[in-house]
Design a protein around this ligand. Structure first.
Ligand SMILES: CC(C)(COP(=O)(O)OP(=O)(O)OC[C@H]1O[C@@H](n2cnc3c(N)ncnc32)[C@H](O)[C@@H]1OP(=O)(O)O)[C@@H](O)C(=O)NCCC(=O)NCCS
Length: 176
C-alpha cells in the first residue's frame, strides 16, 4: 500500500475515481477515521480526536467510502459527525475529506446527511466550529458572534491547544 505523506502524518492512497458508498460508521472504522482526522489536525485544520473519544461517539459519524479501483485499495473518502449538545442544538464536528477527494461535493454531502439526521429528530439548529467559513456558508450556515453561544458549544475547547487563543469561527444553521 502506498501512502500520501506530508509532514509525518499520512493517509492511505485511494483512487480519486473509485466508486463511492455511504453509511454510518462502525467500530471497525475507528482507525481510518483517526488517521484522516489526524492528517488534517497535523496541518492545523481541525482538532485531533483520540481513538477512545471516537469509540465513545462512533454513532455520531457518517462516512463516504471509496471502493478498491484500478489496483488501488479502497478506503475512507470522508467523515462527518453529528453530536448532540442539548435538546435544541447539535454540533457538526469531525468533518474531514481525503486530500484526493476534495472539491467533489463529498463535504457538502456529509453535512447534508447530518442535517437530515438532525431533522429526523426535530432538532431546530446545527452548530459548527470551523476555519472554513465559505464552505459552511455553501451548506446554509451563517457566521455568529462567539460571545452569545450556548455553553455546551465550548465542551471540547478545554482539551484544545489553542483554547486561550482560538480563532475558529462559530457558525449556525437554523433548521426550522
Ligand atoms: C473543507 C472540506 C470539508 C470541504 O469539503 P469538500 O468535499 O472539499 O467540499 P465540497 O466539494 O463539498 O464543496 C461544497 C461547496 O463549498 C465550496 N468550498 C469547499 N471548500 C471551500 C473552501 N475552502 N473555500 C471556499 N469554498 C469552498 C465548494 O466550491 C462547493 O461550492 P459549490 O456548491 O458552489 O460548488 C474539505 O476540504 C476538508 O476536509 N478540508 C480539511 C479539513 C477541514 O478543514 N475540515 C473542516 C473542519 S470544520
Amino acid at each position: 500500500m502506498t501512502f500520501l505523506a506530508l509532514d509525518s502524518i499520512a493517509v492511505p492512497d485511494i483512487h480519486p475515481q473509485a466508486p463511492l458508498v455511504t453509511r454510518k460508521a462502525r467500530l471497525s472504522d475507528i482507525e481510518a477515521i483517526h488517521e484522516l482526522i489526524g492528517y488534517w489536525a497535523a496541518r492545523g485544520q481541525m482538532l485531533v480526536r483520540s481513538r477512545s473519544l471516537l469509540a465513545e461517539t462512533i454513532r455520531d459519524f457518517h462516512l463516504v467510502l471509496a471502493e478498491a479501483h484500478e489496483g488501488k485499495p479502497g478506503g475512507l473518502a470522508g467523515v462527518c459527525g453529528l453530536h448532540l449538545l442539548a435538546p435544541d442544538l447539535a454540533e457538526v464536528r469531525g468533518l474531514a475529506i481525503h486530500p484526493h477527494m476534495q472539491g467533489r461535493g463529498l463535504g457538502k454531502q456529509l453535512v447534508e446527511a447530518c442535517e437530515r439526521e438532525a431533522r429526523d429528530i426535530a432538532l431546530p439548529a446545527l452548530f459548527a466550529w470551523t476555519y472554513q467559513q465559505a464552505f459552511f456558508e455553501k451548506c446554509g450556515f451563517v457566521r455568529i458572534d462567539k460571545t452569545h453561544l450556548h455553553p455546551k458549544v465550548w465542551s471540547e475547547c478545554q482539551r484544545c491547544a489553542f483554547f486561550e487563543n482560538c480563532n475558529e469561527i462559530a457558525m449556525l444553521r437554523e433548521l426550522t
